[in-house]
Write a protein of this length. Structure first.
Length: 300
């Protein structure tokens, strides 16, 4: 056994930390499915297996993926001071992440997409709204993870920073949604983007999902410009918001340029908004996320 540890570089402490983190992660992921059912006022198992509600499944999948993303920011592994602190930290950050993902969904419903009832639309099997809901949860999680990696320790200041960072995230997502609504209206004779979601325009949902996730990556990239300090937390968070706006604009410009090159000769508005071309929308989404990932890596 000692020879195996020497060859692989593993040690008993690391294996115990891994077992703790994986066990808590699986427990929390299971809890997310239950919470998703409770918030939608349905039995999650029945909705997924008996009712075969694909929209609900997509929404739950987004929430579970979002929690998994948050948990990657909560894991400290053998850097933790003790097994007990790792358990407390993983549970605390995991539960906080679960709550914030659900709160983010409520804020997204009431402030960003206030013209439609996402819960009722998902119950009615609207796959488009399920995709939008999942994308919003994942975008929120990406930024929560960035905050978890930015802060350190288990203090009141840490939790305040996480919640404040979460509010920065929601502000940016609402801002992007408003801009996309205006752009959609300008390209489609003042039609409503939210009404298009309610009418089941899947291509538009895919396009929008790419936009919100790339925005989350832009906000993540902005975090690399600031150093966490409890004493200057308010200034840092204000700076994060300002830099996030700048990075979001930069990502949008680079994405627009990349789309013109990759999708040369294609009228994107006509293909996605009017012809509901899922293929073109998927390429757009891939380009948006790719630019966000590349910029985040460069800033890191």
């Amino acid at each position: 056994m000692n020879t195996l540890f020497e060859i692989t570089g593993l040690n008993l402490d690391l294996l115990i930390f891994l077992a703790i983190d994986i066990s808590i992660a699986i427990l929390l992921l299971g809890a997310m499915k239950f919470v998703s059912g409770v918030s939608a006022k349905v039995n999650a198992t029945n909705e997924l297996a008996k009712e075969d509600n694909f929209a609900f499944g997509i929404s739950v999948a987004g929430s579970i993926a979002a929690l998994g993303i948050v948990l990657t920011g909560a894991i400290t592994g053998e850097n933790a001071q003790s097994y007990q602190l790792e358990i407390i930290g993983m549970l605390s950050y995991g539960l906080l992440g679960l709550v914030l993902i659900k709160v983010g969904r409520i804020l997204h419903d009431r402030l960003a997409l206030q013209e439609i009832d996402k819960t009722e639309q998902i119950k009615a099997r609207n796959i488009t709204v399920g995709l939008v809901d999942a994308a919003g949860a994942i975008a929120t999680a990406i930024i929560i993870r960035a905050v978890l990696l930015w802060v350190h320790g288990l203090t009141i200041s840490t939790f305040f920073a996480i919640i404040a960072g979460f509010l920065v995230a929601q502000t940016m997502l609402i801002l992007v949604t408003r801009l996309k609504e205006r752009q959609y209206a300008n390209n489609n004779q003042d039609d409503s983007m939210q009404e298009a979601f309610a009418n089941g325009q899947v291509a538009l949902a895919i396009h929008y999902s790419g936009q919100v996730i790339s925005t989350a990556l832009a906000v993540t990239a902005a975090s690399h410009f600031l150093i966490y300090s409890p004493e200057t937390l308010a200034v840092n968070l204000l700076g994060w918001l300002v830099i996030s706006v700048i990075m979001t604009i930069l990502v949008a410009l680079l994405t627009a340029l990349a789309k013109r090159i990759v999708l040369w000769g294609i009228n994107l508005s006509e293909e996605v908004d009017q012809q509901h071309n899922i293929g073109v929308a998927s390429v757009e989404m891939a380009i948006s996320i790719s630019i966000g990932l590349i910029l985040t890596a460069l800033m890191a």
